[in-house]
Design a protein around this ligand. Structure first.
Ligand SMILES: NC(=O)C1=CN([C@@H]2O[C@H](COP(=O)(O)OP(=O)(O)OC[C@H]3O[C@@H](n4cnc5c(N)ncnc54)[C@H](OP(=O)(O)O)[C@@H]3O)[C@@H](O)[C@H]2O)C=CC1
Ligand SMILES: O=CCS(=O)(=O)O
Length: 244
């Protein structure tokens, strides 16, 4: 089914997977409401989308603040007339071994990856309830499926989201679709938030070697969105063929 006219809010839209998803969905006729902190990048993306006939707006959004998610959703509804989908994609990955004791980084991952996703769900659910329709898409990670050293807290935040997603799906009833998307190693700015030098080196080597384009994840999200209303794609895992 076409996603023409669907109103989609996307967090973390200024870069990487969020950016690629915004572009693809807009190309397919969706109205995209973009959230992130980097307003310059968001404006550039809105300009790029609208220059090619797409429909996009942005609002500065820091997912660590519940009110920012409420404002992003309200903005999407005000500008798009409704909200069909929220893509909770914003995330950070300042990974490190536990004995590096980078506790501030642990807090950052909990606040952005887990709390930020919950705030997105909390903001969208009342709208979806009123409309009697909606779709929550949460971006998790293969890091939560194959747990590796340095990824303990990161994977825990992603698996916390995975757990919440599954329970939301069970509670959702017939009018709300709920999808988790697990990317593998994707070529984005993900590594930029890593503060621990050995972990940064490790991830840069991984990303440089086999990482695939974020367009692959965008296509996975599009697949979930374009299904008929009664078809709920629960879980999508997309990783490089070369990823072990
Ligand atoms: N790249 C990979 O290999 C994988 C990535 N993922 C997940 O994909 C998602 C997207 O990451 P990816 O595209 O790779 O990385 P990028 O670093 O390229 O993009 C991350 C996005 O998250 C946004 N973001 C970070 N902190 C906040 C915040 N506090 N509030 C709002 N937005 C925020 C950034 O925007 P800004 O800085 O402007 O706020 C940016 O748009 C993340 O959830 C990540 O965990 C999952 C598996 C693999
Ligand atoms: O989720 C991101 C970490 S990795 O799987 O790309 O290493």
């Amino acid at each position: 089914m076409s996603i023409e006219g669907k109103v989609v809010a996307i967090t973390g839209a200024s870069s990487g997977i969020g950016r690629a998803t915004a572009k693809l969905l807009a190309e397919q006729g969706a109205f995209v409401a973009l959230g992130a902190r980097n307003e310059q990048a968001l404006q550039a993306l809105v300009d790029e989308i609208t220059a090619t006939g797409g429909k996009a707006v942005f609002k500065r959004t820091d997912v660590r603040h519940r009110s920012d998610l409420e404002e992003l959703v309200a903005f999407a509804v005000a500008r798009g007339g409704r909200l069909d989908v929220i893509v909770n994609n914003a995330g950070v990955g300042p990974i490190s071994r536990f004995d590096a004791l980078r506790v501030d980084d642990w807090d950052a991952m909990i606040d952005v990856n887990f709390r930020g996703t919950l705030y997105g769900i909390a903001a969208a659910l009342p709208v979806f309830g009123r409309q009697q329709s909606g779709h929550v898409v949460n971006v998790v990670s293969t890091a939560g499926l194959q747990m590796l050293p340095t990824m303990g807290v990161y994977a825990a935040t992603k698996n916390a989201v995975r757990t919440a997603t599954e329970v939301l799906r069970q509670e959702a009833g017939p009018n709300l679709r709920v999808t988790e998307v697990s990317p593998g190693i994707i070529a984005t700015h993900f590594g930029d938030t890593i503060t621990d030098p050995p972990a940064k080196k490790m991830i840069e080597q991984q990303l440089g070697g086999i990482a695939i384009s974020p367009d692959a994840i965008a296509r996975g999200i599009l697949y979930a969105l374009e299904q008929p209303p009664e078809v709920d794609v629960g879980s999508v895992v997309i990783r490089p063929t070369a990823q072990g």
